[in-house]
Design a protein around this ligand. Structure first.
Ligand SMILES: [Zn+2]
Length: 94
C-alpha cells in the first residue's frame, strides 16, 4: 500500500522497513525513487530528505511503499501528469 510521508518523524519511523521512497520535487520538477536503505532517506542526516520542510514550504511530497509496482506506478503517474523527470537514485540503485 502506498502512503504519503508528511513529516520527518513519519519517515524516521519507516527507516528500518523494507521498501521504497518516492521523492517529488516541485522546483526541479523531478521524481526520484530510493531504496529505504539509502542514506538520503534519513532526515536526521544533513544530506537526508526533509518531508516536514518540503510540506511546509510546498516544495515537494514523498510517498512510501514496500511494493515496487505501487512505487513505479505512482512515480510514472506523477511524471506523466506533471511532465516531471523520473529517475532512480544513483547512490542506492533501487
Ligand atoms: Zn537513494
Amino acid at each position: 500500500m502506498l502512503v504519503e510521508v508528511n513529516s520527518d518523524e513519519q519517515l524516521v519511523a519507516l527507516l528500518g522497513s523494507p521498501g521504497f521512497l518516492i521523492n517529488v520535487g516541485y522546483i526541479n520538477r523531478a521524481v526520484k525513487i530510493h531504496s529505504m536503505r539509502c542514506k538520503y532517506c534519513d532526515p536526521r542526516r544533513k544530506i537526508g530528505v526533509k518531508p516536514s520542510s518540503k510540506r511546509l514550504n510546498k516544495t515537494g511530497e514523498f510517498w512510501y511503499s514496500q511494493n515496487r509496482n505501487d512505487v513505479n506506478s505512482k512515480a510514472n503517474e506523477i511524471a506523466t501528469e506533471r511532465g516531471y523527470n523520473r529517475s532512480l537514485c544513483a547512490v542506492c540503485n533501487p
